[in-house]
Design a protein. Structure first.
Length: 193
């Protein structure tokens, strides 16, 4: 249970748990994708990892790209920021080992601009197609708002249908808090034959 908390400490924040999951699965020379750049915190975390050789970050908001550029200046040679929707990821990325979707809206930004189920479905499907063997996709879902609830319900059901011969799916959530954010981790265990 060390992944979630140490004796005498509070439970980690959901994003910290997501980062711990990524650290536990990192391989040497990994390519990473932050599908929901936001303020650039996940991209910065990925860029700081020695086992990650390059990070791609997607966002549809120019302000998110500009804000993240300042934060990522030290890692500018290791990071590519893309002003485009994550559903177009296949136009920019050709295979990756670690991906994170932190669904929802830009913290302290316009809450009306949020990830949408229609584009999130396409993005996750395309990401799964490009995920390399032993790679993972971490999805942080937020059922506490309308769009987040739709995404949560959809991905809960969609992940159950993934073929267990090719993928492992793990869900980490507080069962006694209906609207609390939670994590889904998809691991590719083998490629198609």
């Amino acid at each position: 249970m060390y992944l979630f908390w140490k004796k005498g400490e509070n439970v980690k924040k959901i994003v910290e748990i997501a980062h711990d999951m990524i650290l536990s699965m990192l391989q040497a020379e990994s390519v990473a994708v932050d599908f929901t750049l936001g303020q650039g915190n996940d991209t910065l975390f990925l860029a700081q990892q020695k086992n990650i050789q390059h990070v791609y970050g997607f966002d549809i908001q120019k302000s998110a790209i500009e804000q993240s550029k300042m934060k990522l200046n030290e890692y500018k040679d290791k990071v590519t920021l893309i002003l485009d929707g994550h559903e177009h990821m296949d136009m920019y990325v050709d295979g990756f080992d670690v991906g994170i979707f932190n669904f929802g809206f830009l913290p302290h930004g316009n809450e009306a601009i949020t990830t949408l189920l229609e584009t999130s479905k396409v993005a996750v499907y395309k990401a799964l197609c490009q995920l390399r063997k032993k790679g993972i996709i971490v999805m942080v879902l937020y059922p506490g708002h309308v769009q987040g609830k739709e995404e949560s319900l959809y991905f809960d059901e969609w992940c159950k249908k993934l073929d267990g011969h090719y993928f492992n799916v793990l869900t980490i959530r507080f069962d006694n808090r209906d609207s609390a954010p939670y994590i889904k981790v998809i691991e590719r265990i083998r490629n198609e034959i």
